[in-house]
Design a protein. Structure first.
Length: 342
C-alpha cells in the first residue's frame, strides 16, 4: 500500500506493521508482566530529562487498593531521558513496562520527507492491559497521591461514564505566574463543551480503555493533535465528569508541543485543516462549533500574515467571515480596538 491508496489507510498499515508487542525493556518476565492491572498509566517521553523523574515519582507514589502498571514510551531522546527511564524501569520491575522506541519506526514520513505521524502514544495504548487508561506526559506530573483511586472509584460506580478528568495547575519554566488550567464548576460536561473551551488537561484524564479502541480516523494524519480527537471519541462513548480539584501540573516550556504554536503561520494552517477534519469526522452537532473554530484560526492566519502579505491575508479574513460571520466580527472588533486604541 502507498499514499496513493489514501493517507489514513497508509498510516494505519504502517502503524500495524511496525508495532512490536514483544519489544519491551528487560523482557516479558518481569513481575509487572504477571500482574493483572486495573489501570494502565501511559507516559510518552521525549526530551524530558529535566522533568521525567518528577513525573514518574508522582505516578509511583499513588495510593491505590488495585494494581496498576506504568507504560513508558521513550521516543529516542537526545538528552538523558532514556537513561533515566531505564534506571526507573530496573528499580520498579513490579510497576514499569518501558518501551525504547526507534524514531526511524515510531515516526512516519512520506516519500518527500514530510512528517505524517508519530506512533508512540497509540502504541502505548495498544500495549495497555488495564480496564482503564490514565495519561501523563513526561513533562507533567500528578500532585495528589489518591488521584487514581478517586477517579477509578468514580468510574467503577458510574458505568455510564467513559471518562473523568480534573483541574490542573499550569506552571511555566520561565517563572511566569502559575494559574489553574480552568475555572469551570464540578459536574458533567459534553463533547461540545470540551471542544469549545479546551477543558481537559491531558494528565488529568482517566478513561475506559474499551471506549477508545483504535478507530480508523485516529490515523488521519491531518489531525494536528490527537488529544481532542480522543476526548471527542470518549464523549461519544459515554458521559464525562469533571472534578474541580487540582491534582496535577501542566508544565509549559520551550520544548513543549504547544509552546508558541500559533507564531508560525504554517502551524495555523495545519490547525485549520485539523478543525475541518473534526467537522468531517464527528456528528453534525459539532459543526457549528467547528465552523467557529475554523473562523478563529483563519483570523489568526490573517493577523500573522497581514504585515508581510496584506493582500493575501485578506483572503484569510474573507474565509474567517465565511465560516462564521459572528465570530469574525467579534475578532475584528477586538483586533481594531487593540491595534488602533479605539
Amino acid at each position: 500500500m502507498s499514499l496513493k491508496d489514501g493517507r489514513t489507510a497508509f498510516v494505519k498499515q504502517k502503524f500495524d506493521e511496525r508495532f512490536n508487542p514483544n519489544e519491551e525493556f528487560l523482557g516479558l518476565n518481569k513481575t509487572v508482566n504477571h500482574n493483572e492491572p486495573l489501570v494502565s498509566v501511559c507516559v510518552p517521553a521525549y526530551q524530558h530529562e529535566q522533568f521525567i523523574a518528577e513525573c514518574l515519582e508522582s505516578i509511583l507514589s499513588q495510593k491505590t487498593n488495585f494494581t496498576y502498571e506504568v507504560l513508558i514510551g521513550e521516543d529516542e531522546s537526545r538528552d538523558r531521558t532514556r537513561e533515566i527511564c531505564k534506571e526507573y524501569a530496573k528499580k520498579h520491575t513490579d510497576k514499569i513496562r518501558l518501551f525504547l522506541r526507534d524514531r526511524k519506526t515510531s515516526q512516519l514520513y512520506d516519500e518527500t520527507g514530510e512528517f505524517l505521524y508519530r506512533f508512540n502514544v497509540k502504541w502505548l495504548r495498544l500495549s495497555a492491559r488495564g480496564k482503564y487508561i490514565a495519561l501523563c506526559e513526561g513533562d507533567d506530573y500528578w500532585t495528589y497521591k489518591y488521584k487514581l483511586q478517586k477517579q477509578v472509584d468514580f468510574l467503577e460506580d458510574h458505568p455510564d461514564y467513559s471518562t473523568c478528568f480534573h483541574n490542573a495547575k499550569v506552571i511555566y519554566t520561565d517563572k511566569s505566574d502559575a494559574h489553574p488550567f480552568s475555572t469551570i464548576k464540578e459536574g458533567e460536561y459534553t463533547g461540545i463543551q470540551i471542544y469549545e473551551n479546551r477543558l481537559i488537561p491531558t494528565a488529568s484524564v482517566v478513561f475506559v480503555a474499551a471506549c477508545a479502541e483504535n478507530k480508523d480516523y485516529f490515523f488521519n494524519s491531518n489531525f494536528f493533535f490527537g488529544d481532542l480527537v480522543l476526548f471527542l471519541t470518549l464523549a461519544e462513548s459515554g458521559k464525562l465528569w469533571y472534578f474541580n480539584e487540582i491534582w496535577s501540573v501542566y508544565r509549559k516550556h520551550e520544548g513543549g508541543m504547544m509552546h508558541d504554536v500559533f507564531e508560525d503561520p504554517e502551524n495555523v494552517r495545519k490547525f485549520i485543516i485539523h478543525q475541518k477534519q473534526i467537522i468531517k469526522t464527528f456528528p453534525d452537532k459539532y459543526k457549528k462549533t467547528g465552523h467557529k473554530m475554523v473562523s478563529w484560526f483563519y483570523f489568526i492566519l490573517f493577523r500573522k500574515t497581514f504585515k508581510k502579505d496584506p493582500f493575501g491575508s485578506l483572503g484569510s479574513l474573507l474565509k474567517s467571515f465565511w465560516y462564521s460571520w459572528s465570530r469574525c466580527a467579534e475578532l475584528s472588533i477586538k483586533f481594531i480596538r487593540t491595534r488602533f486604541g479605539f
